[in-house]
Design a protein around this ligand. Sequence first.
Ligand code: HXC
Length: 257
Amino acid sequence: RSYKYISVDVDGFVALVELRRHQAHNALNLELMEELVAELERLDVDDDVRCTVLTGSTRAFAAGADISEMVDATAVEMKLRNQFRCWDRIRWLRKPLIAAVNGYALGGGCELAMACDIIVAGENAKFGQPEVNLGIMPGAGGTQRLVRAVGKARALEILLTGEPITAEEALQFGLINRVVPSELCVQEALRIAQVISSKAPLAVQLIKESVGKAYDSTLQDGMEYERNCFYLLCGSQDKTEGMRAFMEKRQPFFQGR
Ligand code: HXC
């Protein structure tokens, strides 16, 4: 499969998707987003893939939505363009998505990282929501996911000043999972992806789904949802295999059913 703006590499159960619009700091134009989301959805239904790592270049994960596509667009044109439909589809991916962020993750780039399930950053990474500098505001979750991740005060400082934060600050704020030397960033994300892909795929999927529920439900509803997922997994072959393997002191062989 050949794309204009992304490349895909599958090794074992792990896919690596790379944004390849390096000369524009991976600015997320409409075509790039279409390619990216179509490929993520394709990987999501591929039984041979269990986890995906998404990365950019050494200088930029992504510097945001493509400003040149928005500069002359009217509100009505933007509304009709409906570019967020594409973004919404990321939320419904069932398999874990890990962002490996080097360099700039700004605006839509930061929102794309936040749409991932786990974020690994290189020391040189910079996260920010600079939309306010352009006279606009985030539109793909920047005011929503950021608040949930770092709290209101920190989110407002990032959103209102437009100033980026460092990887170390992002870690301290709870926005990301870990900071590693930049040259090891993708490698570390792939390592985590390999660990995840050695687990029972259905359990992984339902854990992701259940954690997603924690975002937009009451504790009571979330607990109930979790319990039903738990019972569902108790009916899986992988539960039988996982528990038997433990009793027999051997490694389990999971098949995702
Ligand atoms: C279009 C972009 C771009 C962007 C960089 N480029 N970011 N083009 N949209 N978001 C292009 C530049 O125009 C330039 O093209 C080339 O990439 C290299 O960028 P430079 O600015 O020359 O590089 P540098 O001096 O290293 O500065 C890097 C940077 C800066 C700090 C990341 O490019 C920057 O501030 N970019 C904009 C960041 C931003 O405002 N993002 C939010 C966008 S709004 P040429 O052709 O000159 O070489 C948004 C809304 C989200 O994301 C809504 C949801 C979809």
